[in-house]
Design a binder for this molecule. Sequence first.
Ligand SMILES: Nc1ncnc2c1ncn2[C@@H]1O[C@H](COP(=O)(O)OP(=O)(O)OP(=O)(O)O)[C@@H](O)[C@H]1O
Ligand SMILES: [Mg+2]
Length: 262
Amino acid sequence: MTGVDAPAISVRDLVKRYPGRPPVEAVRGLSLDVRRGECFGLLGPNGAGKTTTIEILEGLLAPTSGEVEVLGLTWAAHAGALRERVGVSLQETRLSDKLTVLETARLFRSFYRRGIAAEAALELVGLVPKAAARVANLSGGERQRLAVATALVGWPELLFLDEPTTGLDPQSRRQIWDLVETVRACGHTVVLTTHFMDEAERLCDRIAIVDAGRVIALGTPPELLAQFEVAHLDDVFVKLAGRRLTESGWAEPVAGSTGGPA
Ligand SMILES: Nc1ncnc2c1ncn2[C@@H]1O[C@H](COP(=O)(O)OP(=O)(O)OP(=O)(O)O)[C@@H](O)[C@H]1O
Ligand SMILES: [Mg+2]
């Protein structure tokens, strides 16, 4: 599917193998669609393959195999056009220590033809009071919020946020939630990863639960609660830790197994 009717993202049978001894198969046949205008969450335990997947969608990592279309285009053929239309906040962003907060936001703004003012992006993440501070002197949470601001300055049609609120205090977390809601209310698409179920439940229209490199469940928060037979999405992780999804439903792990699917 191509053109304006295409989903924001379409992923089919995505595989990513990192070479090494032994090689790591981080993504093992993952498929999903993200609709235009929705906030879509990738949830799953450490090492599930969320960052690997999102970095492939962001055009930063090449897949081993599988098909990925972003805004109806492929990274291989349309990287230049796509860069203008997507915003990326990495799980760990390296920013220049020597620049100030405002200089950093302006630098990223210069990468886009269109967008919002650097100051406006700082406002959205609550960093205006730190505009003149050097990046070297920021706290961890402030750096994280600056990384989100650098993803926002191009006012992207499609915003990727990899664990945007990990390590933030409650007030800063709420600020990120507000900006995600603002971006979504403007009709833009947001894809985020998180370990916080309350966050996913509040922000995401739909959630994909990823485990061992595959989507094991996908739906709205209420649909997932029903599917996993839990009252809170937090309990989904508890179920994941102790049990495995098999062809016939949830099964107890085999004694002595490490829990990974064969
Ligand atoms: N560059 C790499 N080389 C080799 N293995 C890697 C590399 N990057 C990730 N991995 C492995 O791939 C798997 C998936 O990692 P990934 O970072 O995608 O998980 P994640 O779901 O984002 O986890 P977290 O919740 O901890 O951020 C892990 O087993 C990880 O150790
Ligand atoms: Mg990650």
